[in-house]
Write a protein that binds this ligand. Structure first.
Ligand code: GDP
Length: 525
């Protein structure tokens, strides 16, 4: 009985992240999804949070300043008999390694693209991480209520730039002021364009894909044009292939307008049909942990620090991989084989912080942490020890030189750096020639959080000298000759003493490669 309940609960879970470039419409679409789930009653709630007016008084200054809210890190709602978890992937200046790591905790991703802009840099970066994991990716091409690029052009770009097959589930009939609706290939109907407050309106299609009976749309030239385009897609396009979708080789593409809530429900319904329930996870010893295994297990993929400067507490976000989480349960932290009781659990929803009592694979729990957890930690409750595979590290892209302001306080400076680096908050390097400490991160926010925590937790005021963007490339130690280091490629070593170059830019890297064609450079850590 208990097992059936668990299987049923697991199969209902859908856990995903929205990947997009800033301003593509991630917040707007999230809000619409939450509306369907009845979580937010009014559009604009998530937005308000983003702009800071929802900020809670006890959050750290940086959070307040930037309006990042922990409560929106994970949003959960029920819709169509499914329990949906949306994990936020911070963008803009808040882009950090956490953004990438969040993608380790989801089972699928929704890629939102601005129809006027196509694939943008951040979308591409996040897409690569999803691709590496082989998880299904669903594409929503947004802002069809505005004039954008030709749909065929956008779909071709998806294939060319991202190297993924695209399968249009629907096709826009016009755009901008001329938007008439979407030709829904998948559901064999036309969804007529209407503003968000109006009810949905569909027109049925016959076997040939034409509107049945009389309809004013039939007289529009755009209708004929779309029929032609759809025919072309049928003849020359990809076949719908659920296996390819499951392995992330094909992306179903949907068109719509998040702002006017057009096509969003159609997207969500189709998404839920094809998005996977929680995945299996592999352990370091090669075992497979199934989501319906009865023993509880999970891993920490993100630690949000300094929620409350007075208590210095943090929240460790745990993705549940198997079993059932119960409040107050005893678990073992694999690293150090430490027993702990999970009594202070909190789950996060869009606008409330609710204490969580029951959660299963696919769900995310937030645990108050006083310094026990590190990113990548496994916790489990069974008799057999579990350690999930290591989370990947991501090549840093921006760098700063860091020193202690007060030279007399070297001890706390070193202790702080050591611990924060170990926690996975930031990467540390040392210059070969000068011995300078250099920090590397994926986004600026990581530096700010580092500086703030050094001061608050280790009473160490740090000075950071920006070094800007660099391309980090590792080199085999035996191939290294220190003379290779010039003013355009700083030679440093990482924490494992492995040498790497920080190139000024791609050009400098190419120049180096031309000069030393036998030297192998890698972006992998
Ligand atoms: P995010 O940065 O990806 O979260 O993007 P937002 O959801 O904040 O949207 C960025 C801007 O685009 C806002 O001004 C939105 O109102 C606008 N926007 C989002 N979706 C649409 C859409 O479907 N049509 C139009 N015209 N504007 C949109």
């Amino acid at each position: 009985m208990e097992k059936e309940k668990l299987i049923d609960a697991v199969n209902k879970r859908r856990t995903f992240a929205i990947i997009s470039h800033p301003d593509a419409g991630k917040t707007t679409i999230t809000e619409q999804l939450l509306l369907f789930g009845g979580v937010v009653r009014k559009a604009g709630t998530v937005k308000a949070k983003k702009s800071g007016s929802f900020a809670k008084s006890d959050w750290m200054e940086i959070e307040k300043k930037r309006g990042i809210s922990v409560t929106s890190s994970v949003m959960q709602f029920d819709y169509a008999d499914k329990r949906i978890n949306i994990l936020d992937t911070p963008g803009h200046e808040d882009f950090s390694e956490d953004t990438y790591r969040t993608l380790m905790a989801v089972d699928s991703a929704v890629m939102v693209i601005d129809s006027a802009k196509g694939i943008e840099p951040q979308t591409k970066k996040l897409f690569q991480v999803c691709k590496m994991r082989g998880i299904p990716i669903f594409t929503f091409i947004n802002k069809m209520d505005r004039d954008g690029r030709e749909p065929l052009d956008l779909v071709t770009e998806l294939e060319d730039v991202l190297g993924i097959q695209a399968y249009p589930m629907n096709w826009p009939i016009g755009m901008g002021k001329g938007l008439k609706g979407i030709y829904d290939i998948f559901n064999k109907r036309i969804e007529l364009y209407r503003r968000e407050d109006k009810a949905e309106s569909f027109v049925k299609l016959d076997d040939k894909g034409e509107i049945i009976g009389e309809h004013p749309l039939k007289d529009e030239s755009i209708y004929r044009q779309v029929l032609g385009e759809v025919e072309l897609l049928n003849d020359a396009g990809n076949n719908f292939d659920t296996e390819k979708i499951s392995s992330g080789k094909q992306t179903p593409v949907f068109f719509g307008s998040a702002l006017t809530n057009f096509g969003v429900k159609t997207f969500l319904d189709a998404y839920l049909q094809f998005a996977p329930a929680p995945n299996e996870h592999h352990t370091e010893t090669g075992d497979v942990v199934k989501p319906i295994d009865t023993e509880f297990s999970g891993f920490v993929f993100k630690i949000q620090a300094n929620m409350n400067p007075n208590h210095r507490d943090r929240i460790a976000f745990v993705r549940i991989c198997s079993g059932k989480f119960e409040r107050g349960m005893d678990v073992i932290l694999t690293r150090g084989n430490k027993k702990m009781r999970l009594s202070n659990s909190t789950q996060f929803m869009a606008d409330t912080r609710e204490t969580l009592d029951y959660a299963v694979a696919g769900d995310i729990i937030g645990l108050y942490d006083t310094g026990n957890f590190q990113i990548g930690d496994t916790i489990y409750s069974g008799k057999k020890a579990v350690q999930f595979e290591k989370l990947p590290q991501f090549t840093p892209e921006i760098f700063v030189k860091v020193t202690a302001k007060n030279v007399m306080k070297q001890k706390s400076f070193h202790k702080g750096i050591e611990q924060l680096v170990q926690e996975g908050a930031i990467q540390l390097y040392k210059s070969y020639s000068t011995g300078d400490y250099i920090l590397g991160a994926v986004g600026q926010l990581q530096f700010e959080v580092f500086q703030f925590r050094m001061l608050n937790e280790y009473h160490s005021e740090v000075l950071m000298t920006p070094m800007g963007k660099k391309t980090a490339r590792w080199i085999e130690p035996e191939q290294l000759d220190e003379k290779m280091s010039t003013s355009r490629n700083l030679l440093v070593k990482d924490r494992q003493d492995r040498p790497l170059f920080l190139f000024e830019n791609e050009f400098a890297e190419r120049w180096f490669q031309d000069k030393y064609p036998k030297v192998k450079l890698t972006a992998k850590l």
